[in-house]
Design a protein around this ligand. Structure first.
Ligand code: AMP
Ligand code: MG
Length: 408
């Protein structure tokens, strides 16, 4: 384990050095031989040699990373679906048992980690994720660890993925612990919430597997697997939907737009946020859980803005997915005092919405900064909407927060 970690640290350090340079070259086009040298000058400690190879990669930025991320999130979603189904069929007594969520959470993280490493073998691997294997390494965690390992092996076998041989409990522990990275502004880091919205998962409602890639502190791609989200529009009181099929995969790559497809495979469709500019025609999303976001404050804001529709309350980053395809026009999130947002709760959702034409900011209008490690330091809350509504939404937020402050 120690040797493995040392190797990982050494490889990461070397790779980050390599990457910082090559990525800046990659993002600049072939026409800019000079920009290679300017990027070297910017970070004089990096050695950067211009080679024709770098021009070849320039045209396919993040393509293989996106393909790997879609595969990883889809496999993890299969695993979670299996556990949720069993959970919902279980009796009342075992429903209060937290272990199915634990098993799905760890299983999802292990599967994403293993898939990314297998699909991208030549890339250094850094993953910022919610879980670590501490509890599973204890004597009391052995039974859970065996269940997770069986579940991961079953999921891989059912998907007919031949790139894995049967995994041992040790393989699973190592895969979970790959998620120990702290992220930051240098190099690339995968960011994962293995099950976003565990409360919704347990209730049988919405949850998401949220995976994003940071490059030099910026989100460059994101995938949201939402196993229970209807393929048809939600939240607009449309009574007669042509389909009651569920399971959506949203994905976005910087500069390339946002797409949605069915989780079990279908042609992808490009999606866009709603273009509505009249708040009276807009509906808004918020957390199902009042403990995660103040429903009172969002109702004041919505009223000030002139929104007539009642809030649509759903769990997880499925809200970002729904917003990216125009199901609603606004998402309001105002956690209670003292809560610090984590990057894995917003990275994938953020790029899915912004590439679909939306804006994600904090309550003061600042963009979210994913470069500071695990936490997001936001001013008061997070708001999401389209370009037409953002100026008036920001005004309504400001007024509501001022009123709230003066009433205390
Ligand atoms: P949502 O379903 O949109 O409320 O988001 C679910 C996420 O909220 C979970 O994955 C948690 O990471 C996060 N969360 C947990 N506790 C809190 C809290 N007290 N306030 C805000 N968010 C929270
Ligand atoms: Mg979460």
């Amino acid at each position: 384990m120690v040797t493995h970690t040392r190797w990982l640290v050494a490889t990461r350090a070397a790779a980050i050095k390599d990457w910082s340079c090559c990525e800046s070259i990659r993002r600049k086009s072939i026409t800019t031989t000079l920009s290679c040298f300017s990027s070297t000058t910017r970070s004089s400690s990096l050695s950067c040699t211009w080679s024709p190879l770098t021009t070849i990669v320039s045209s396919m930025s993040y393509d293989k990373e996106l393909a790997a991320a879609k595969k990883a999130a889809t496999l993890a979603a299969r695993l979670c679906q299996k556990v949720q189904k069993a959970l919902l069929q279980s009796d009342v007594h075992s429903k209060s048992d937290k272990s199915p969520v634990t098993v799905a959470d760890y299983g999802s993280q292990a599967l994403v980690s293993l898939t990314l490493e297998r699909e991208l073998p030549s890339e250094p691997f850094s993953l910022v994720a919610e879980e670590d294997s501490g509890d599973l390494r204890k004597e009391s965690g052995q039974d859970t660890l065996r269940r997770i390992t069986d579940l991961v092996n079953d999921t891989v076998a059912n998907e007919g993925s031949h790139s894995f041989s049967t995994l041992t409990t040790d393989d699973v522990l190592k895969a979970i612990d790959s998620g120990k990275s702290e992220g930051g502004s240098v190099g690339r880091h995968w960011v994962l919430d293995p099950i976003d919205g565990t409360k919704g998962f347990v209730r049988g409602d919405q949850y998401a597997i949220a995976l994003a890639l940071l490059d030099e502190g910026k989100v460059v791609l994101g995938v949201l697997a939402c196993p229970n989200l209807p393929l048809a529009t939600i939240g607009r009181n449309e009574q007669h939907s042509s389909s009651n099929e569920v399971g959506c995969l949203f994905f976005a790559k910087v500069g390339d737009g946002t797409y949605m497809q069915a989780l079990d495979g279908s042609t992808q469709t490009k999606v866009n946020v709603s273009a509505v500019d009249n708040p009276e025609e807009a509906s808004f999303f918020e957390s199902y859980e009042a403990a995660h976001s103040s429903h009172d404050l969002s109702s004041t804001i919505a009223e000030k803005l002139g929104v007539k529709a009642p809030p649509v309350r759903i769990d997880s980053q499925a809200k970002y997915g729904a917003l990216s395809r125009g199901d609603g026009a606004i998402y309001l999130r105002f956690p209670h005092k003292g809560y610090r947002e984590k990057i894995w709760d917003h990275a994938a959702g953020c790029i899915v919405v912004t590439e679909a034409g939306g804006i994600v900011s904090d309550a003061a209008g600042n963009p979210l900064d994913f470069s500071k490690g695990k936490f997001l330091d936001v001013d008061t809350g997070i708001i999401v909407t389209n370009k037409n509504l953002m100026p008036s939404l920001l005004r309504a937020v400001k007024e509501s927060l001022n009123e709230k402050a003066s009433s205390l």
